[in-house]
Design a protein around this ligand. Structure first.
Ligand code: NAP
Length: 228
């Protein structure tokens, strides 16, 4: 039995937790304020869910989703995540996160920064480019003609395979964007950031969500490379 753990259980973490429980996984949720503040979400998710501290969640998870404001990345527990796939949903918004010089000068991507903090973990960047409401709406069974694809990036091939299988189980295809250094190709401001899943309409949150398959996501990733 695979347990999915969450460091951060807000819009994106909570949505991935709902999809995980629907797919039959056990989930362990955590946030900054303590397990008791997650009791409503645990009650909604039912017997497959429990809440814990970030360190306890990190220890319990076979796969661990880190979904917090990027400014807090140094708070992510290091030792209990050693050897594990860590799914990094985080995006860099300087106006929210403050300025991080390594990101401002482009010397590393945001997921490489998390990987530096977690040297013994296998960071895979995923769920970064889709609005949480669209993520909650666009899941489809394997083989569906309108299945949506999500880009992933990572330096560990086995971890990417694990994440691809997890995405498949919760209703999504994966499009491999390459190593973590290529993760910028689906960061804020790129063609595949939010837009494909909103049918390219400018008011993203007003869209109910539009399926976007692997060909569309691949074309957007390639466009980012050409535009650089
Ligand atoms: N919203 C989206 O549609 C979307 C889409 C793609 C990617 N993202 C990215 O994914 C990340 C999460 O976004 P979100 O919208 O889900 O944010 P959110 O709704 O504000 O949730 C953030 C979660 O992180 C927790 N948290 C904050 N600081 C923490 C810490 N030091 N240790 C442990 N947990 C901590 C919060 O817990 P407390 O409430 O207890 O502080 C909360 O559960 C961000 O980097 C965002 O840019 C968001």
């Amino acid at each position: 039995m695979t347990t999915i753990a969450f460091i951060g259980s807000g819009h994106i973490g909570g949505t991935v937790a709902r999809l995980s429980v629907a797919a039959g996984y056990d989930v362990v949720l955590s946030n900054s304020r303590g397990p008791e503040t997650l009791k409503d979400l645990v009650a909604e998710l039912g017997p497959r869910a429990r809440a814990a501290t970030p360190a306890e969640a990190a220890a319990a998870g076979d796969l661990v989703v880190v979904s917090i404001p990027l400014r807090a990345y140094r708070d992510v527990p290091v030792e209990p995540l050693a050897g594990k796939p860590v799914l990094d949903t985080n995006n860099y918004y300087p106006q929210r996160d403050g300025n991080l010089p390594q990101l401002d000068d482009g010397s590393v991507t945001s997921s490489e920064l998390l990987q530096q903090h977690l040297p013994a973990s296998k960071v895979v960047k995923v769920f970064n480019n889709i609005f949480f409401a669209h993520l909650g709406a666009l899941h489809r069974p394997a083989g569906a003609s309108d299945r949506t694809a999500l880009p992933i990036a990572g330096d560990d091939a086995a971890a990417k395979e694990t994440v691809t299988a997890f995405l498949d189980a919760i209703g999504y295809d994966a499009t491999d964007a390459g190593p973590l250094a290529e993760g910028w190709r689906f960061q804020p401001g790129t063609p595949v950031y939010g837009n494909p899943y909103a049918g390219d309409q400018p008011n993203l949150s007003a869209s109910p969500g539009v399926p976007a398959g692997a060909a569309k996501i691949r074309a957007g990733l390639d466009a980012a490379t050409r535009q650089r």
